[in-house]
Design a binder for this molecule. Sequence first.
Ligand code: PLP
Length: 408
Amino acid sequence: MKTAELNIESVRKDFPILRQLMNGRPLVYLDNGATAQKPLQVLKAIEKFYKEQNANIHRGVHLLSQEATVAYEKARETVQKHINAAHPHEIIFTSGTTESVNLVAHTFAKKFLEKGDEILITEMEHHSNILPWQVACEEKGAVLKVAPVNDKGELIISEYEKLLTPKTKIVAIAHVSNTLGTINPVQEMIQAAHEKGIPVLIDGAQAIPHMKVDVRWLDADFYCFSGHKVFGPTGIGVLYGKEEWLNKLPNYKVGGGTIRTVTFKETEYGGLPIRFEAGTPNIDGVIGMAAALDYINGISMDAIHAYEHELLVYATERISGIKGVRIIGTAAEKAGVLSFVVEGMHPLDIGMLLDAQGVAVRTGHHCTQPLMERFKINGTVRASLAFYNTKEEIDVFAVALIKALQRL
Ligand code: PLP
């Protein structure tokens, strides 16, 4: 039995926040796509850092600074191993997915984008993987092209392939859609782009918490994710880039930590990864995120993936069986997300009625307004799962939803 691998009772003990009451009812936290909860192991790693290791990194001669530096760089190796990057210096710490995409969009456009060039994204992108490219296009007179999705919320691959033209300079795709849950066939999509010599950035914000990601198997040129969605702290994220690509990109933010030598006339910058990590970084964030990755690897990504799949199938059956509910996003390959609308009821009202019963979901456009336009809806109710959720919680959610639809 797949679920036997994941000891849910013991897992839930690691997340004290889940034991709370909300509006007088046990919390059922189904807003993991927005941010995930943090296990004690992450909280303890951050506490240990501040109790025993806190010092600024990289430039200190004293022992404490050296210890903090070792912890910080060890965390980089943890991330490297987690996504199977070839080198630790291919891991750049950023403040999150949004900053990672901005870093690439800004620097790539500066160096490689010209008037009339094209950037290809998809209809299901999060605003964080639209706006940086839109700005790049505006600045350079380039054109943003968008690969469409079908009614199930799957990318139409034949259309995507048609949009890969000699003018396409870079492709940026979500690995998993935060609104639909669709898992895109990114390995094949990357291969198709590479056949035409086009680099690909993957927005992995919603993939990393749910599945094993191997950037070398995918052959991704860039891969971005956020610490807080993978059970780590907020304000920390990752930009993975192939060494050859990161070396081609010009500077982004500059300042302390990025240099070899500075005079008032000129500056010689450092190599990877420090050239992209200006200023004192989010040291405790990095350490906390690495603890989160250690934690999920301790459970095993395969067990998490299998368990969540079971949970998603169960939730889909329960929720789609409720009268009036229409699921948005019915792709064959899905991860952890159940979005739906109910005719005649605003998603926000449903969200509030669920909240009154202790069930936390997200409502609205989920930072995917163009996708809402595609489905001709103003928003959805989105339940997003994590491995600490249970079938019993799904039952509570289903009963609460029925009550909400009857206006309690
Ligand atoms: N991309 C996707 C697919 C997301 O779901 C999100 C957040 O919800 C982001 C990007 C932005 O992540 P962050 O706000 O952590 O930068």
